[in-house]
Write a protein that binds this ligand. Structure first.
Ligand code: SAM
Length: 356
């Protein structure tokens, strides 16, 4: 019997198709597995791309005969939270592609059995989330060997919820060739936000190393001076003049002014003036999380609140700024309009913990 506590929907074909497109064309799997296979839509799309592979569908429910694929197809009925049984069945399959669109929802039961050592850290970071998608993902990762590819339709919360921070950072450590794209599935009355996640599983040894961007100079929140630009709602569209100070209002990577904005000159915005060692961070919009090195013409002006000023950010140096930007880009939230918070910036500037 279906436990209707869990949101159940089948993977729409278009989403399955987009997911397959995200997988590197050079990868030719011998075995394709979905441990929450449902309608087998994910597997069916994979078969169109790799017709010679073997296909394995497993689900907590019996796979419906009508959902069976033609050709080399094998069906199973296993509770995916039972890591031992899942591993026994699938771990030894070589050169595999593991597909997942796990059920999303709260979970109160947690089985601590057979967590592989390379996933212990990930498991620990999932404990306080109490989400079934975390449990099922751990089972998916438990059957991966080095070089296997994982491709999943994953809920947005994994990538944006604050309480999922540790969990997603640990996931990122497990893979090379990471690609994450955003999508949403529309149903009659609701919208499910998801991200398509693909990556190649790393060697166990590498999993233990720090793979997230790590800054050579770690900073704590007190040392980081982040200043939000001037609130957009108080800006005027007047041209700058003796009585109106120019405010930088842009969110493009070239620094082109979006609209000329200004503010009454009698207000004191000294703390929001861009200095020569400062770095700007796009706070909202499609470039949210990207950094901008102010040009000479920007220095001495104040930005609008589309931007954050990272005071003396240039002192991090070019390499660390690149790592910082990469780390920040993983933290952007929102689907239709992206944004980052100050807290995301603090987190991106923290050293990553070694999980060895
Ligand atoms: C979002 S659907 C996946 C759909 C599937 N990928 C497809 O192509 O249609 C989630 C599936 O997970 C299954 N499921 C829920 N809990 C499970 C568990 N503990 N173990 C295995 N499968 C589970 C559900 O029966 C459902 O078929």
């Amino acid at each position: 019997m279906k436990n209707d506590k869990w949101i159940r929907f089948y993977t729409p074909e278009i989403l399955a198709d987009n997911l397959m497109d995200q997988i590197d064309n050079l990868f030719l799997p011998s075995n394709v597995i979905d441990i929450c296979a449902g309608s087998c839509n994910l597997l069916r799309q994979a078969q169109l791309k790799w017709p010679k592979a073997k296909f394995y569908a497993s689900d907590i429910e019996k796979i419906n005969r009508e959902s069976y694929l033609t050709g080399k197809f094998f069906a199973n009925q296993i509770d995916a939270r039972d890591i031992s049984s899942i591993k026994k069945e699938f771990k030894r399959k070589r050169n595999k592609l593991v597909l997942a669109n796990p059920p999303f929802g709260d979970s109160t039961t947690f089985q601590e059995n057979s967590i592989p050592s390379n996933l212990q850290e990930l498991y620990n970071s999932s404990k306080n989330a109490n989400r079934i998608e975390c449990q099922i993902l751990i089972s998916n990762f438990a059957i991966l060997n080095t070089g296997d590819v994982f491709a999943g339709v994953l809920p947005e919360n994994i990538f944006s919820a604050d309480k999922m921070y540790g969990f997603r950072e640990n996931i990122f450590k497990l893979f090379d060739n990471l690609k994450v794209s955003t999508h949403s599935i529309k149903f009659n009355s609701s919208e499910v936000k998801t991200r398509l996640f693909t990556g190649t599983f790393k060697q166990l040894k590498e999993n233990r190393k720090i793979s997230s961007p790590q800054l050579s100079t770690s900073k704590n929140n007190q040392e980081i001076n982040l200043i939000r630009g001037i609130d957009n709602s108080v800006l005027k569209n007047y041209k700058p003049s003796d009585s109106n100070l120019e405010v930088l209002h842009f969110n493009n990577l070239e620094g082109k002014i979006l609209q000329r904005k200004s503010i009454k000159g009698d207000k004191n915005y000294e703390s929001k003036i861009i200095g020569k060692n400062d770095v700007l961070i796009f706070r909202v919009g499609r470039n949210a999380g990207k950094i901008f090195i102010p040009q000479q013409k920007h220095i001495g002006l104040a930005p609008s609140d589309l931007l954050l000023i990272f005071k003396n950010g240039k002192k991090l140096g070019k390499k660390d700024l690149e790592k910082f930007e990469l780390s920040l880009s993983r933290r952007t939230k929102g689907l239709t309009s992206k944004y980052i918070s100050k807290n995301d910036v603090y987190e991106a500037l923290k050293p990553t913990e070694n999980c060895a």
